[in-house]
Every structure is written in structure tokens, then in C-alpha cells.
Write a new protein. Sequence first.
Length: 331
Amino acid sequence: MSKIAVVSFGLGPIGVEILKKCSLEEHIEVVGGVDVDPQKLELPLSELVSEAPTNRHIHDNISKLQHIVSAYEHKVAVHATGSHLPSVWPQIKELLDHGFHVVSTCEELLYPWHRYPELSAEIDQYAQRKGKAVIGTGINPGFVMDTLPLVASTVTDGITRIQIKRHVDASKRRVPLQQKVGIGKTVKAFEELAKDNAIGHVGLEESLRMLAAVLALRSKTLTHHYNLFYLSKNCLFLGLTWKLEMSQGSFRRVQSQKKEHSNNKWQQVRLKTQFLSKGMIHVQLLIPNGIFGDTATASMIVNVGKSLAWQEQVGLVTMMDGGLPRYRYKG
């Protein structure tokens, strides 16, 4: 089996985790990195990750790697630069122009068809013309609150309700995620950002929309609730619970996620996925200690990238469009 040429596009905290996973994969050849940080430019990748090759470097443009990747049949870019699709589409487009499949951590790319119908069609058509695939994935969104429940629904015969809960200790996560959910901000600062929909975990709605699309639910009713936690002494924001609900007729589906930072009193990290069905089949999945999103996202990106390269799908695809991504034993 020929090796896959992989470029690490975006070398922030998640990008570095992905680079590390890629460097340990026997079926992957890391051929270089791309980042805008001037302090990283021209450094060998091994300066960021000891397992990475010493003779591959970080550049400011993907075109500078073209002479290396041209010899490979399978090429994948692991993209980790932003959460919002309109801002990262030019980067993805450039990667397609250079012959790469693109696997991205962009949360809005998980299922962009509802939020950005015209842009989604543009990406799909452009990727098809290039003969390449584009997919957004990760842990949340990408697995625990969408793909995992959909796979579990296979054993049911009539779902009446889906409830998904995820509790996360955000203090142990990367700083950009803490900033994204507002940890440490004042009440006023948080509310100002919330008015512009510029704060909070990105991708929860995309998970819900993908669930609805795959389960053939066409409800237009979707409600979004925040419940905030503050430290009363100085009004610093500690945590956030947010819930999305969607219903169609007698079917009601609830998604709820909690991220909390609470003065050294950490709630146990827990993921709970539960299904109740009309056929009296009750499916309950519980991961007692949760899934640590940062490292697990890196594994998800790598495994999906390998599947994408070998299956040769084209266009804008979702986690439900291809075969089952999985870990491949190295022995």
C-alpha cells in the first residue's frame, strides 16, 4: 500500500497534536507544514514535534511544497486553522488547487448545507471538478454528538427521542477553546459577544442538523438556550451550559452540552448518549470519563484522512457519506 503524503496546514495547539499523530503513522509521510506564524517559518517540523521528520519544514504557502508532493499518488491536507467556514474556504480552495483531499477541524464544515447552502454547493462543485474530497470532522462535532449516535441508531426500529449530554472540564483543554467558550470573561463582556453570536462552542447546531438530515427529519423548529455560571465575587465567567432542541410531530430530540470551570471543584467529565425508540429498544451508551477532545480530535482527523485518501471520494462529504473510519492496527 503506497504511503499518503500529508501536509499539516495550521500548526496551533490542535494542528501540532495532529502533526504528532501523523508522524507516528506508518502509512503516512509528512511532507511539510504551512502556518502564518513568522516565528515558525522555515523551522523543521521536528522543532514542534520530536517525532516529526527533521528534513521537512514549515512554510507560509502550500505552493512551496509542490515539488515534494508531486511524486505521491495520495495526498491529504490536515487543515486546522479556524471554526467558521467562510473564513477558511479560501485556504481549502488553495489546497484543492494543489491536488489535496482536505480533512478539516473547521466545526461549521461538519454539515454546512443548512447554514451556508450556496457556499456548500460551491465547495462541493469545486471539489468535484478537482477530483478531490473535503470533509469537516473532529470529536465534537464529528463523533460524540453526531456520528456515534447515528451508528447506534442502526439497532433501533423507531426512534422517538435522542438525548445527548457531554460534560467537559474546559480548564484542562487548550487555551483557544477556553477563550471560545468565554472562560474568565466578565458578565458584560460575555453578553456583548453573545449578542453577535461570537462566543460559545461552535458546531453544536451542525451536529443537530446532520442528525436531522440523516434521520430524514425536516423540522424547522430549533431552539437554543444558554445557562451561564459566574463567580459572584468578581463576576468572572466560569462555565456554560447550552442546549439545542429540535422537534417534528411526536418526535423530540434534545442535545445538551456543558463546559464548566469551577474553582478547583471539577465535575467528573462524562459523556452520555441515550436513545429511546418506539420499538421499545432502549440504547444507552455511557463513557464514564469522557473523551479528551484535543488528542482524540487528532486521531479522528488522521483516521478519517486515511479513509478519504484510499476511498477516493470527491466533493463535499460528511461523516455519513463514506465508509466507517477506523483505526488500523500497525502490527
